[in-house]
Design a protein around this ligand. Structure first.
Ligand code: TRP
Length: 363
């Protein structure tokens, strides 16, 4: 069986370090590994509109930001199909058909949707489109016959629900859809990178994100202001590692070679943590180290972004070509789905023949 990737992001803002370690960095590695027959990366503008119906301009403006972030991280249009969800109308058809296979109570149980409804104060007035976006996400994934969805932990319930839809569809209509799997980050700290304030998740509305496109001064300010251990007041005080954002980020980003380059007094992260726990190591020193580590990662991304920003029409051209390619794939899946569902009336010579015979029986 072919190995195919489909994943994507809602264009509601620039991408941040949470996106990067949760999925983006992995996608680039997978793209470059040569182990996949096809890599599809989707800018999920239609999904973004499910909770931004009154703000289409925000979505429109952020398409280019996300595309620039993608390509500056190393997603390469020669090797990956980068496309815009709303341009593939086949996806909405699939969503409509799949919605017959999902119950309202099942949607109500989706933990990610539940959390999002709370966060947006939607409790008493949930837009139907938002409530049903897991079905549309199943359409995104299955339209491309995706076997593999590299994504963060918050997407687990979506993939679970997609798998249910696939199984149901294949049972009711015959094997037509591919069963996908989520590919989670292997590093615990990358599963859900906290915001710089130590809150559970990076989120634009909380203002606790470090963006891939932030300049060095901004990153410095954000790192120096990061949440650590509030009880670690004097350098000599023993410090806590758990819940200490700076150390969580080091768990996600630091490698042994960073120590020899930027902090040669320590062989590695364990030794640094031990010293912090014992007392005698100040937050500023650890933050400066984290800053050096982040800068090493972000500098080439920033430089590529600067280059790409010089030719914005080219980026739109990439997205248009990607969308044309994606539409072709999705159309083939839709035909297969329609045939399985027995709604392919005009391609079905047998149907026409059988109906004719019913009305004009052979003598
Ligand atoms: N739900 C994802 C997000 O919040 C975006 C998305 C839409 C997606 N369709 C997808 C991710 C399909 C993976 C696969 O960013």
């Amino acid at each position: 069986m072919k190995k195919i990737i489909l994943t994507g992001d809602r264009p509601t803002g620039k991408l941040h370090l949470g996106h990067y370690v949760g999925s983006l960095k992995r996608r680039v590695e997978l793209q470059d590994s040569g182990k996949f027959d096809k890599v599809n990366i989707m800018i999920a503008d239609a999904q973004a509109l499910t909770d931004n119906a009154d703000n289409p301009e925000k979505v429109r403006q952020n398409i280019i930001e996300v595309a620039l972030d993608y390509m500056s991280c190393g997603l390469d249009p020669e090797r990956s199909t980068i496309f815009i969800q709303s341009q593939i109308s086949e996806l909405t058809e699939l969503t409509f058909f799949y919605s017959n296979l999902v119950t309202v109570s099942r949607l109500q149980r989706n933990p990610t949707v539940k959390t999002e409804i709370k966060m947006r104060n939607f409790e008493t007035s949930i837009p139907v489109g938002f409530f049903t976006y897991p079905i549309s996400q199943a359409a995104d994934i299955t339209a491309f016959d995706a076997t593999t969805v590299p994504a963060g932990e918050d997407q687990m319930p979506m993939i679970e629900q997609t798998r249910e839809i696939v199984n149901k569809f294949n049972t009711v209509y015959g094997e037509a859809l591919v069963l996908p799997e989520i590919l989670l980050p292997t590093n615990q700290a990358c599963l859900r990178l906290p915001g710089t304030d130590g809150k559970a998740k990076m989120s634009k509305s909380l203002g606790n994100c470090i963006y891939l496109s932030d300049d060095s001064d901004t990153v410095k300010k954000k790192v120096m202001g990061m949440y650590t251990d509030p009880d670690h007041i004097k350098i000599t005080d023993p410090g806590k590692i758990e819940g200490n954002t700076v150390f969580t980020y080091l768990d996600a980003f630091s490698r042994p070679e960073h120590f020899s380059a930027f902090l040669p007094d320590y062989v590695g992260l364990d030794e640094l943590k031990d010293h912090y726990k014992k007392g005698g190591l100040g937050d500023v020193k650890v933050k400066k180290f984290l800053l050096a580590v982040l800068e090493e990662e972000l500098t080439p991304i920033r430089a590529r972004r600067k280059e790409l920003e010089k030719d914005i029409p080219y980026i739109y051209d990439v997205l248009k070509k990607g969308s044309d390619d994606a539409r072709e794939t999705a159309a083939a899946t839709l035909s297969r789905v329609k045939a399985a569902m027995r709604i392919n009336y005009f391609d079905d010579k047998e149907l026409i023949k059988a109906q004719s015979e019913k009305y004009t029986p052979a003598e």
